[in-house]
Write a protein that binds this ligand. Structure first.
Ligand SMILES: Cc1cc2nc3c(=O)[nH]c(=O)nc-3n(C[C@H](O)[C@H](O)[C@H](O)COP(=O)(O)OP(=O)(O)OC[C@H]3O[C@@H](n4cnc5c(N)ncnc54)[C@H](O)[C@@H]3O)c2cc1C
Length: 276
């Protein structure tokens, strides 16, 4: 099917993009890398939209340090995350997650902001963001606001972003000495969306586990985290089964996904040297 769009405009600045969104009166759609949006347009699941292209806004690109936080611009592409030295040092979870996202062609255009805004429950970055205790930065007609990642994802492809807002960046606490980041997932084929996956941060001996493909949104797995903090891997696997709420679909049943999550958690515990 051919995409049916209502118009196209290139935004020069964030303020310009916000103004264009306002003018579009609810029909405006931000176009970043286009790797999810254009597919949705072609499938007819998104129609009649006024596309507001933000790809040329320089202020949304790049990675920098700001005090004790790392700031990753919304237009930072998957391929940039793999090789950026600041990401490698301070948020290696994203550098490890990026090669798991799709294929080279998509990683060369798709952006972290697009992935977070799209909020696919099987996507890697939203789960990484909650495991890292990240914050999402939004800019709109009423100014800038910051939302903890754990509150940003509100449902299936739903976020706390308001209609007229643009996701401008994600900020992450700088990694501390000895901090460990691990991500594991199960897929049918390399490059597919995960059937189930876990992103784990171990900081100061405490664990934060973000789950993907295991609910209608990325999940912070509090029961499994508490058990893992005690070195109780069996208890963590049992608790994880309660923390998640996986779907059943043509790819896998809910019980298969739950089982896979437990297997992934045991492997991650071994990666982290947590006693079995
Ligand atoms: C074949 C295929 C396989 C894929 N596999 C995976 C995978 O395994 N894991 C994975 O995580 N992803 C996967 N993806 C999705 C890919 O990672 C996309 O790049 C990403 O989800 C969206 O990024 P984008 O920059 O292309 O956003 P776009 O497609 O441009 O936009 C996506 C949505 O986010 C909105 N948006 C984009 N940027 C902003 C912003 N800054 N502020 C507000 N709203 C914004 C758009 O309006 C749109 O609704 C796959 C895609 C394809 C086509």
């Amino acid at each position: 099917m051919k995409a049916s769009i209502g118009g196209y405009a290139q935004a020069e600045t964030v303020a310009h993009a916000i103004a264009l969104l306002g003018e579009a009166g609810g029909e405006g759609r931000i176009l970043a890398g286009g790797q999810s949006l254009v597919a949705a347009l072609n499938l007819g699941t998104s129609e009649g939209d006024m596309l507001i292209d933000i790809a040329g806004i320089a202020a949304l690109r790049g990675v920098k340090l700001d005090g004790d936080r790392l700031v990753i611009g919304a237009l930072t592409r998957h391929c940039d995350l793999v090789r950026d030295p600041l990401v490698g040092e301070h948020a290696p979870l994203f550098a490890k997650a990026a090669p798991l996202v799709a294929h080279d062609a998509i990683r060369n255009r798709g952006t972290i902001g697009g992935s977070l805004a799209y909020a696919d429950p099987a996507a890697e970055y939203p789960a990484c963001a909650i495991a890292l205790d990240a914050a999402i930065i939004l800019e709109g007609p009423d100014g800038t606001r910051e939302i903890p990642a754990r509150d940003f994802f509100t449902g299936l492809f739903e976020t706390a972003r308001a209609e007229g807002e643009i996701l401008t960046a994600i900020t992450v606490p700088k990694a501390q000495d000895g901090e460990r980041h691990v991500i594991r997932e199960g897929t049918r084929r390399a490059g597919d969306y995960a059937l189930a996956g876990l992103a784990v941060v171990m900081r100061d001996g405490r664990h934060r586990i973000g789950a993907f493909g295991l609910g209608d949104r990325p999940l912070l797995c509090q029961g499994a985290m508490a058990a893992l903090d005690q070195g109780d891997v069996d208890g963590a696997v049992t608790a994880l089964a309660q923390d998640v709420d996986p779907p059943s679909d043509a790819q896998a049943s809910a019980s298969y996904r739950r089982h896979l999550a437990g297997v992934l958690l045991r492997r991650i515990a071994a990666d982290l040297g947590v006693a079995p």
